[in-house]
Design a protein around this ligand. Structure first.
Ligand SMILES: Nc1ncnc2c1ncn2[C@@H]1O[C@H](COP(=O)(O)OP(=O)(O)OP(=O)(O)O)[C@@H](O)[C@H]1O
Length: 370
């Protein structure tokens, strides 16, 4: 969220407020445009692959295009993602392609492990969306849907969702499958629970661990021998005015919880921009607890503000722009995640020694065979 060069300025006609942003995409912007891809997908993929935490949040009123732009609703991605990507596919499928482009290019240098988690926060409850085993029929009724998961923090400050399933991903198809599974579970639940898919915050988290290959140890400085990073992709629930919606019962409760969590997110943003980092109220909602690492932490964070061009939505648009304007003022300090615990370091070195011994044995066998 740190300011970058060349911020375009938009202003409503007359003496209305003026907002500045890093980039503005208008109604003619295409998902596939290089600009959109470079600014959104590539920028955070690059940081993530370099070993920094990264995150992207889509904020805006209901129906403003958050899911469409993020590409959370991956539908048609098959094993060969490059061939199946379509003009309308959003950021996530494009990000998957650049991510696997990197892992292929770095395969001679690092052993890379990727894992994905997919959760939603609905009515202040954290639900796991990866509830099926890989390969299982994802249309089947999810067994553990509705289980309440807890958010915890490691001593290092790293936030994690306790008990959330992690799927190892070895190919773009694995990641697309995980997304499709999560979406199917969300859709099943939304059928049961009053269309809640747009009433919940959806969070995809990708963890990457990179361990240098023994043969490359001498080529790279020690701080690049081990990298661990986390990428969070967040499709926030739609912000809505409470008054005038006529919502009652469950719908009203959902609205209250969405507004409360978005308000708490706004409060954290305010505290961070006021420089009062000791009293950032992360603990006031599940959403802010999960996003603690990404907000005001050591992550590269990008907020996407989705707005409607219609006059009737002027007030909502103004609110979204104000929200994004404040978020933009947060200054994160990027930090490389290359620290290992003593135990991890011992295991890492042991694995290196084993690999070197294996390589030596193979070489010796080859020499003897000659
Ligand atoms: N740039 C766009 N081009 C074409 N169609 C779009 C675009 N943005 C959104 N849409 C369409 O508008 C509808 C609403 O968009 P979307 O579901 O992405 O909104 P949302 O902000 O995620 O809503 P909610 O808060 O309810 O989840 C969808 O049918 C989507 O396909």
């Amino acid at each position: 969220m740190e300011p970058r060069a060349m911020a375009p300025v938009i202003a409503p006609p007359g003496d209305g407020p003026v907002f500045d942003f890093d980039r503005v995409f208008n109604m003619t912007s295409q998902q596939a445009s290089r600009d959109m891809f470079r600014t959104l997908a590539m920028q955070i993929t690059e940081k993530f692959c370099q070993g920094f935490n990264a995150s992207m949040l889509a904020y805006g009123q209901t129906g403003s295009g958050k899911t469409y732009t993020m590409g959370t609703a991956i539908e048609n991605m098959g094993p060969d993602v490059n061939k199946t990507i379509s003009k309308a596919d959003g950021i996530i499928p494009r990000l998957i392609i650049s991510l696997f482009g990197y892992t292929a290019a770095a395969a001679d240098i690092y052993d890379i492990e990727l894992k994905v988690q997919y959760i939603e926060i609905y009515n202040e409850q954290v639900n796991d969306l990866l509830v099926h085993a890989p390969g299982q029929n994802i249309e089947a009724a999810p067994s553990s849907m509705g289980s309440k998961l807890d958010i915890r923090e490691h001593a290092s400050g790293e936030v994690f969702v306790e008990g959330a399933n992690s799927m190892i991903i070895r190919s773009p198809a694995d990641l697309a499958y995980a997304m499709q599974m999560g979406n199917a579970v969300r859709a099943t639940a939304s059928h049961k629970l009053n269309e809640h898919s747009s009433r919940s915050h959806a969070i995809v988290t990708i963890h990457m661990e990179q361990k240098i290959k023994p043969s490359q140890m001498k080529e790279f400085p020690k701080e690049l021998h081990y990298l661990r990073s986390k990428l969070q992709l967040v499709d926030l629930a739609g912000s809505e005015r409470a008054k005038g919606t006529g919502a009652e019962g469950k719908r009203f409760e959902e609205g209250v919880n969405i507004n409360k969590s978005l308000l708490e997110l706004g409060n954290c943003i305010n505290a961070l921009t006021e420089g009062n980092r000791k009293h950032v109220p992360y603990r006031n909602s599940k959403l802010t607890r999960v996003l603690k690492d990404s907000l005001g932490g050591s992550a590269e964070t990008l907020m996407l503000a989705c707005v409607s061009p219609a006059n009737v939505n002027y007030e909502q648009t103004l609110n979204t722009l104000r929200y994004a304007q404040r978020a933009r003022a947060i200054k994160n300090s990027l930090k490389l995640n290359n620290a290992m615990s003593l135990q991890e370091e011992v295991e890492f070195l042991r694995a290196m020694v084993n690999k070197l011994e294996d390589e030596n044995a193979t070489l010796r066998a080859q020499v003897l065979a000659k």
